[in-house]
Ligand binder design. Structure first.
Ligand code: THU
Length: 128
């Protein structure tokens, strides 16, 4: 069973692969599926700055494209410590459920945990 601390440390390890030559703000994420798999992600910037993708969305895109749709938690950390997901990432994550836990912190002994509902109380969803 993967604990919050483990997930945080996986995000921190992933951080090393962040591609952030423009902002120099590196971010790593580790997303835990309900079936216990972990998908990591990093921010990947681009010369066309708007084409940049955040670490959280990288992790989600990897997982969804591998057939996962249900997630329990995502850890996210920047090279400078704790970081909270941007608005686009909040909406992106909200698509996949109301109960996702978001873990961050300056280090593994000082974790902060939020739910997606706390970070995005009234998210948008098309009724399908
Ligand atoms: N970024 C993320 O990857 N995740 C966040 O939660 C916040 C922002 C990235 C996007 C960009 O590459 C850099 O951080 C600065 O905004």
């Amino acid at each position: 069973m993967i604990q919050d601390r483990d997930l945080y440390l996986m995000a921190k390890e992933a951080l090393k692969n962040a591609y952030a030559p423009f902002s120099k703000f590196t971010v790593g994420a580790a997303l835990l599926s309900e079936t216990g798999e972990v998908f990591t992600g990093v921010n990947v910037e681009n010369s066309s700055l708007g084409a940049t993708i955040c670490a959280e969305r990288t992790a989600f895109v990897k997982a969804v494209s591998e057939g996962k749709r249900k997630f329990s938690a995502i850890a996210v950390v920047s090279g400078e410590g704790a970081v909270l997901p941007c608005g686009i990432c909040r909406q992106f994550m909200f698509e996949f459920g109301d109960d996702l836990r978001i873990i961050t912190g300056d280090d593994a002994d000082h974790l902060k945990v939020y739910t997606i509902k706390e970070l995005l109380p009234e998210g948008f969803r098309l009724t399908t």
